[in-house]
Design a protein around this ligand. Structure first.
Ligand code: UDX
Length: 442
C-alpha cells in the first residue's frame, strides 16, 4: 500500500490547483495555499476557478472524501508547517517591457516557507524558471533553513489535458542533490511510477532546462511549419499536405505541425522570450538567436491573417463587419493570454473594422483583459451581418459549423480558415470564397 505524505502546494493557479487535486487523488494529505480567498472557496466547493475538462469532477472527488487522499485549503502559509513535501507552483510572468521572466513570486514563496515549515521537509519547485534559479534558492535555503532541502520538478501539463497530464505524465524529471530527495519524490509519485511513467534524475540546471527546452522545441516545430506555410504561399504549395507527408517520417512526427495562426497562451511565447533573455545573461545568446526567428515567424502569421481579411473586405476594413470565431489561445480552454485570435481581432479593429469576437468559454476573460473589443456569447449573433468570417480557434463547434447556416446569417461570403480545419469544398458549395494559411490553392 501507499504511505501517504503530508503535501503542501503553494499557489493555486492553473498548475497549482490541478497539482493539488491530483496529489490528493494519488492518496496524499494535501494542504493548498493561496492568497485569494475567493479562489479557495471555489476550490473547496469543488468548483474550478478556470475552465479545465475533468477538474471539477476531480475536485468534487477529493473534497468529498471519495479519493484516497484528502485536501484542505488555506490563506495562512503557517498551515503548511507540518508538511513533508511542499510544491511551489506560483507564476513567473514576463516582465513588463522586457523579455525576461519575473521570479519575484517564486523567491517570496521560498522565503515564507523557510520561515514556517518545521521540517525536515523537501521544498519542490514546479514553476518554470530561468536556469540557475534553483541553485540560488538552494543556497538561500542552506543559509536560512538547513532543515529544508530543495528539489526541482518541472511540470509539462497542457491546458485542456491538465488532469491526465498530471496523473499520467510522459515522464517525471527530478532535479535533486540527494538520494533522500529522490526517494521522497518517488514516494509522492509512487502510483504513476508503478504504472510505468519513466523517471529521469537530473541536477538542478538540467531539470530547469528540460522544461524550457521542451517548450522551445515545440514552439520551433510550430514556427517551422508556419515558415513552410509562408513558402507555400509564395510558391503555390499546400502546407497541410506537406505536413502530412513529412510527418510520416517518425523522426519528424505529425504532431505540432499544424500550420495556422501560430502559438499563444501563457507558456510558449513567454517561455521562449525568457529563455533568450537568460541565455543572454549567461553569455550564450548566440545559441538561441534562432528563437527570435521562431517568435517573429509566429507574430507574422497574425499579421498575415489581418492582410487576408482586409483583402477579403475588398482592400479596406472601413464599414466592414468581421466575425471572429475564437478568443481562447486554443480550444477546450478559457485562457486568452497572448491569444492569436485576440491579437488579430485587435489589429483588424485598429485598422477600422467592426469586429465581433465570440468564444464558447473565453469571452469573460477576454472582456476583462481587452474591454474595448466587442464580444458576443452567441455564435449566431457574431455571424449576423458579417462580411468576413475568421476562424481563429478550432473549437469543434466552429469546425462543424454548417456553411449554409452561416450563409443565412452573414452578409458577405468570405471565410478565412486560420487553423486549416474547415472543409473548403463545403464552404465553397455554400457560395463562400475560402482562404487558408499556407494553402493558396486550397
Ligand atoms: C504548452 C506545452 O504543450 C506544455 O507541455 C507546457 O507545459 C505548457 O505549454 P499549452 O500552452 O497548454 O501547453 O498549449 P499547447 O497545446 O502546447 O498549444 C500551444 C499553442 O500552440 C496553442 O496556441 C496552439 O493553438 C498552438 N499550436 C499547437 C499550433 O499552432 N500548431 C500545432 O500544431 C500545435
Amino acid at each position: 500500500g501507499l504511505a501517504p505524505l503530508r503535501v503542501g502546494v503553494v499557489g493555486l493557479g492553473y498548475l497549482g490547483a490541478v497539482h493539488a487535486a491530483c496529489m490528493a487523488e494519488l492518496g496524499h494529505e494535501v494542504v493548498g495555499y493561496d492568497i485569494d480567498q475567493a479562489k479557495l472557496d471555489a476550490l473547496a466547493a469543488g468548483r474550478a476557478p478556470f475552465f479545465e475538462p475533468g477538474l471539477p469532477e476531480l475536485l468534487t472527488r477529493v473534497t468529498s472524501g471519495e479519493a484516497d487522499g484528502s485536501i484542505a485549503f488555506t490563506t495562512e502559509v503557517a498551515d503548511l508547517k507540518a508538511c513533508e513535501v511542499v510544491f511551489v507552483c506560483v507564476g513567473t510572468p514576463q516582465r513588463k517591457g522586457e523579455l525576461a521572466a519575473d521570479t519575484t513570486y517564486v523567491q517570496r514563496a521560498f522565503e515564507s516557507l523557510a520561515d514556517v515549515v518545521e521540517g525536515p521537509a523537501l521544498l519542490v519547485g514546479k514553476s518554470t524558471v530561468p536556469v540557475g534559479t534553483a541553485a540560488r534558492l538552494a543556497d538561500d535555503l542552506a543559509h536560512r533553513a538547513g532543515h529544508l532541502e530543495l528539489a526541482w520538478n518541472p511540470e509539462f501539463l497542457r491546458e485542456g489535458h491538465a488532469v491526465t497530464d498530471t496523473l499520467a505524465p510522459d515522464r517525471f524529471v527530478l532535479g535533486v542533490t540527494s538520494e533522500r530527495a529522490e526517494a521522497l519524490l518517488r514516494r509522492v509519485y509512487a502510483r504513476p511510477i508503478a504504472n510505468g511513467t519513466p523517471v529521469l534524475v537530473a541536477d538542478y540546471p538540467t531539470a530547469e532546462l528540460v522544461k524550457t527546452a521542451a517548450n522551445a522545441f515545440l514552439a520551433t516545430k510550430i514556427s517551422f511549419i508556419n515558415a513552410m506555410a509562408e513558402v507555400c504561399e509564395a510558391a503555390g504549395g499546400d502546407v497541410k499536405v506537406l505536413a502530412d507527408a513529412i510527418g510520416h517520417d517518425d523522426r519528424i512526427g505529425r504532431k505540432f505541425l499544424n500550420a495556422g495562426v501560430g502559438f499563444g497562451g501563457g507558456c510558449l511565447p513567454k517561455d521562449i522570450r525568457a529563455f533568450m533573455a537568460r541565455a543572454g545573461e549567461l553569455g550564450a545568446d548566440q545559441a538561441l538567436t534562432f528563437l527570435r526567428e521562431v517568435d517573429s515567424i509566429n507574430m507574422r502569421r497574425r499579421a498575415k491573417v489581418v492582410d487576408l481579411a482586409r483583402e477579403a473586405c475588398g482592400g479596406s476594413f472601413i464599414g466592414r463587419k468581421i466575425a471572429v470565431l475564437g478568443a481562447a489561445f486554443k480550444p477546450h480552454s478559457d485562457d486568452v493570454r497572448d491569444s492569436p485570435a485576440i491579437s488579430i481581432a485587435a489589429m483588424a479593429r485598429l485598422q477600422g473594422a467592426d469586429v465581433v469576437v465570440t468564444d464558447p468559454e473565453g469571452v469573460a476573460n477576454a472582456q476583462r483583459l481587452w474591454g474595448d473589443l466587442t464580444y458576443a456569447v452567441d455564435t449566431d449573433e457574431a455571424l449576423r451581418g458579417a462580411d468576413v468570417v475568421l476562424l481563429l480557434t478550432e473549437w469543434p463547434q466552429y469546425v462543424q459549423l454548417d456553411p449554409a447556416h452561416v450563409a443565412s446569417l452573414a452578409r458577405g461570403r468570405q471565410v478565412i480558415d486560420g487553423r486549416n480545419v474547415l472543409d473548403a469544398a463545403a464552404w465553397r458549395a455554400a457560395g463562400f470564397t475560402y482562404r487558408a494559411l499556407g494553402r493558396p490553392n486550397a
